[in-house]
Design a protein around this ligand. Structure first.
Ligand code: CA
Length: 229
């Protein structure tokens, strides 16, 4: 599978230039021009690396970086127009992996992308592709969920819903967001489907094992959280 790079850059010409160069290198590229859509894409779980402009309309690059870091370890290379040390420090403080000024030569950016991806690969190889909360373990690659090593039998949708909740642990997810993510934008059915599936998960996990992972946030949606968190 091709490595997917997300470019978040409001300057259309630069974004287009990066897209062409990265495509040429064999990367799959997605481009967005503002921080909000950048954040949405970044946390979708389908991105391998982000090139993030610091100065963006709406949510700044720094803020996008901070928010992404709350939920994802996806590598981020930050871009800025000026060669300013305080920008650099802020960028790295907010969780970026690397930093470049916009006067960069494309070869340099490509080299840094390779370094960051390599580093990420090593970290991932060390991880076991599981999400855990207390005794609950979700094995991403095997589509398997266990509680104290006992199998919990989930349908594909239940599994995807649980994975989405666990990947966004501590964050309230609206029904719309869950619907978009788990069922897709082309879902035209009843929006109550999220409530129904949340109930399935609760029956199979929370109630069965007398724990509380799935929390209802009144008027907003749902959140995955360990009792003791
Ligand atoms: Ca900009």
């Amino acid at each position: 599978m091709k490595t997917r790079i997300l470019v978040i850059e409001d300057e259309v010409k630069i974004a287009r230039f990066l897209e062409l160069e990265l495509n040429h290198e064999g990367y799959e590229v997605e481009v967005v021009h503002d921080g909000r859509s950048g954040y949405e894409k970044a946390v979708s779980g389908n991105i391998d690396l982000i090139i993030l402009d610091l100065m963006l309309p709406g949510i700044s690059g720094i803020e996008v970086c901070r928010r992404v870091r709350r939920v994802s370890e996806v590598p981020i290379i930050m871009l800025t127009a000026k060669d300013d040390v305080s920008d650099k420090v802020m960028g790295l403080d907010s969780g970026a992996d690397d930093y470049m000024t916009k006067s960069f030569a494309i070869e340099e950016l490509l080299a840094r992308i390779r370094v960051v991806l390599k580093r990420k690969g090593k970290i991932e190889a060390a991880n076991t592709h599981t999400l855990g909360a207390g005794n609950l373990l979700l094995h991403k690659d095997e589509y398997r969920v266990t509680y104290k090593d006992k199998e919990i039998s989930l349908s594909k949708k239940e599994f995807e819903l649980l994975r989405y909740l666990m990947e966004n642990r501590g964050i309230v997810l609206s029904r719309e967001k869950i619907l978009d993510h788990v069922w897709g934008y082309d879902f035209y059915g009843d929006t109550n489907v999220t409530d129904v599936y949340i109930r399935y998960l609760r029956n199979k996990i929370d109630q069965k094992y007398e724990v509380q992972f799935i929390h209802t946030v009144r008027g907003v949606g749902y959140m995955f959280k360990e009792n003791e968190e």
